[in-house]
Design a protein around this ligand. Structure first.
Ligand code: C2E
Ligand code: MG
Ligand code: MG
Ligand code: MG
Length: 291
């Protein structure tokens, strides 16, 4: 169990912004094998109420340890999978895995809504809504325990079709969130029209808090707008107490970030958040995570 040992020289080629076609094809091939060989895992990052410190949900984040490449970050393979179309298969696996985990936790007395990232290509599949309905049925998960994170790019291509589909998803009873909010190009009008419940403030704006005046202005504006529209606002990438304090002051409802925890494997997540069967409370591993 030496964590760093699986890494190859592959990882030292920096920057990897423009990976050549051959490497992308190799990576795509490796992903297809990885899915068959069960090399993908889901980790779960806690989402926390700013005021009470209570657990309000968890975001499912995919993890891949390739036998040769070592840990491959999603920022490396998700774009390649989106390009090749394989993201549809990966997304399907993630969805099933995530609802199965939520259902398992519910059985064990840990009731935690799970947020799942959905790629634009996946969302555009004609059978997407059916796929989601079927996943919920298969796991017998109450739909309100599933949230789908969509990016603004989903809304761009065909807004009417997207609206239609989001309404159908809403009717299933699940929650919808806009991920990486503020980084896309879409008009603010959709916030009014689309049946969403939550805005996720992109990490890039949280980073400069509380020192950077522009970031302060942007985050404050997003929070106030979200509140005015009756949306929950969650900040991502919160790493410091000072960032959290600023978010509290401007009325941001929730946060996730290394300050509380990175994405945890299911066992670590359970150990930290599963209610104690004897006293029926959350174990107080740290002060911020108390009930
Ligand atoms: P995202 O959905 O915006 O996820 C948040 C990313 O920020 C995650 O990176 C998470 O580990 C990281 N993060 C969380 N807290 C902190 C923090 O305090 N500081 C810093 N520096 N980073 C933090 P990750 O897991 O590497 O995922 C990157 C992106 O890959 C995700 O961004 C998402 O767009 C995509 N992704 C991950 N899993 C999936 C998946 O299952 N399906 C799809 N379609 N995309 C996924
Ligand atoms: Mg996300
Ligand atoms: Mg995000
Ligand atoms: Mg982000």
């Amino acid at each position: 169990w030496v964590k760093e040992s699986g890494r190859s020289a592959f990882r030292f080629h920096q920057p990897r912004k423009d990976v050549d076609l051959l490497s992308r094809m190799r990576l795509d091939h490796a992903m297809r094998r990885a899915l068959q060989e069960h090399e993908f895992r889901l980790h779960f990052q806690p989402q926390i109420a700013v005021e009470s410190g209570a657990l309000i949900g968890a975001e499912a984040l995919i993890r891949w340890r390739d036998p040769h490449r070592g840990d491959v970050p999603p920022s490396e393979f998700i774009p390649v999978a989106e390009e090749s179309g394989f993201i549809v298969a990966i997304g399907q696996w993630v969805l099933h895995q995530a609802v199965a985990q939520a259902a398992d936790w519910l059985k064990k007395g840990l009731r935690v809504p799970i947020a799942v990232n959905v790629s634009a290509l996946q969302f555009q599949q004609p059978q997407f809504v059916d796929t989601v309905a079927q996943a919920l049925r298969a796991a017998q998960l109450p739909p309100e325990l599933l949230e789908l994170e969509l990016t603004e790019s989903v809304l761009l291509r065909d807004a009417d079709e997207a609206l239609h589909r989001m309404q159908a998803l809403s009717e299933l009873g699940l929650q919808l969130a806009i991920d990486d909010f503020g980084t896309g190009y879409s008009s603010l009008g959709y916030l009014k029209r689309f049946p969403i419940q939550r805005l996720k403030v992109d990490r890039s704006f949280v980073k400069g808090l509380p020192g950077d005046a522009s970031d302060k202005g942007i985050v404050n504006a997003i929070v106030q707008m979200g509140r005015a529209l009756n949306l929950q606002v969650i900040a991502e990438g919160v790493e410091t107490d000072a960032q959290l304090a600023f978010l509290g002051e401007c009325g941001c409802h929730e946060y996730q970030g290394f300050l509380c925890a990175p994405a945890l494997d299911p066992r670590a997540f359970e150990q930290r958040f599963k209610p104690d069967p004897v006293v029926g409370t959350t174990p107080a591993h740290d002060d911020a995570a108390g009930p």
